[in-house]
Design a protein around this ligand. Sequence first.
Ligand SMILES: Nc1ncnc2c1ncn2[C@@H]1O[C@H](COP(=O)(O)OP(=O)(O)OP(=O)(O)O)[C@@H](O)[C@H]1O
Length: 617
Amino acid sequence: MTAPAATEPTTSAPATPHGADHRIGASTLGVWSTLRRGVQVSPELLDGIALTLLLALLAATGRIVVPIAVQQTIDTGILAADGPDVRRVLTLVALAVVGLLAGAACSALVNVRLFRASERGLLALRVRAFRHVHDLSVLTQNTERRGSLVSRVTSDVDTISMFVQWGGIMLLVSLLQLTVATALMAVYSWQLTILVWLCFLPLMVALGPLQKRVNAAYTAVREQIGAMLGAISEAVVGAETIRAYGVQARTQRKIDRAIRGTRNAMVRAQNTVALVFSSGVLVANLVLAAVVVGGTYLGIAGDLSVGRLLAFLFLVQLFTGPVQMATEVLNELQNAVAGWRRVLAVIETPVSVVDAGPDAPRSARGPAAVTLRDVGFAYPGGPPVLHGVDLELPARTSVAVVGATGSGKTTMAKLVGRLMDPTSGQVLLDGVDVREIGLANLRERVVMVPQEGFLFDTTLGENIALGMRGVDAPTPEAWEPAARGALVELGLGEWLDELPQGLRTPVGQRGESLSAGERQLVALARAHLAGADLLVLDEATSAVDPATEVRIARALRSLTQGRSTLTIAHRLSTAEAADLVVVVDAGEVVEVGTHDELVARGGAYAGMHASWVSQTR
Ligand SMILES: Nc1ncnc2c1ncn2[C@@H]1O[C@H](COP(=O)(O)OP(=O)(O)OP(=O)(O)O)[C@@H](O)[C@H]1O
């Protein structure tokens, strides 16, 4: 498979200093800071907010039409000094209906506008988060479980969407309704208004600490969901191994634990929410009772008309509704904030392999020479695995790197392909530090072919066409000749002709419909099409049938012809055929020379070779 295509830097996240932790951190922002940061990252959420607020105010005003109409109808219509005034009553009812309809229309408009803005904002957020996941180094991607990364870009964004679309509307309309209702209540009876506020005050004071608990509970829910998705996706991807070793029960237990963990976290969160919600309902009913008692007392004393008392009771409903709703909305808000934090943490994780950008001086195409200058490397939190590596790989030479397992060969290859940067020292391409070369430019010049190239679930031809340069989405007319040409140039035309569906052969998920050897052929053709100057090959170790072995060997010869190649050689026959052999031991280069020189020297390589010869020949 070709090295991942370079993507433009999508955020201004700072670079990770050498040796820093590459894990996606947990954001520790408070609720308001998270919301503020969330809106900064997705400014589309606030598109047209001024008009939306105005409409929300009109919608809230529309709702107080009923209490006003009730008060006016009773006090100035039915109980008018000169007897019931039917005309006035009818006019007031008609006005109330118009007011209600206008309020409902404004409310619908608010809905639509918030929905549109939030969809735009969340789409942009998802795209941004996903792009950033691609920009993160292999180290971050390795340390973060894939399922958890996926949940950050999908279900966590969904929680934000639920809040922004539903909770946001409710919060907005409720707050305005609360304000308007309070103002009108004060006009009708300041004494009863004080009574209402006094009843609600303890709840409002308690809401802060309660919300903290809800917040912590929902953060745990989001984390558990991420862990559950991670466990499930790992079990799905590794299904074959799980079956092969008969460890279904063990795996199932692990998944069950993750699912139970999610359920427990959800139950804990819901219990806390239920407590908050019930307190809201309790206080609302208490308020109603207090207003009836207080209002009757004021009425008897002659300080409140019947119409005003009835209108006040309606207003109390308009007041308690938002307060109860607010407890529910705050629950949504906490869930969304927990999700938002996880998404923001992805976006704010520093990019460790920083792109020098398109304005960096171009590294010219042509024979590629690589120099490693005093290179050291340690995986995050681990011991150094490469120490002071100095190496010259001349242009147009085939270099084989050999060494015991775990000696650091792959690490060295990843540094040359700039999938990660050295902890100390420099990797130079034609004398220029690879960090100073734009990633797109570097990917043109250097291509990595891993042992098992990833194949996408499409046709063989399209998988090869992934190596095409300069075309975003090649049409079949463009990729068919290109893919065929690559196969023919690698001497694989005959193999292609043997396939009944040719280039249109479906490869299945991860290329599972092809044999291991065939997958390698596709990966080689893809790399050939990419036409890089330097190939970094991790030699496949999987055994293949003799006919495919011959095809792979032939394809490799054509592929490496005229190019610089750095091969992590698992077979000593590859080292035998290379121009230069590099022997790595425990993270250090211990020998460099041609095969013959090293055999004659009688050192580590000679020992390895002698043992291999005695076993195979
Ligand atoms: N992603 C990683 N995180 C932490 N440590 C790692 C990681 N990848 C490799 N290592 C460690 O770095 C050391 C060198 O590994 P590397 O893969 O470079 O060896 P190798 O010579 O290519 O081995 P092999 O021949 O088995 O592929 C090993 O000790 C390994 O455990």
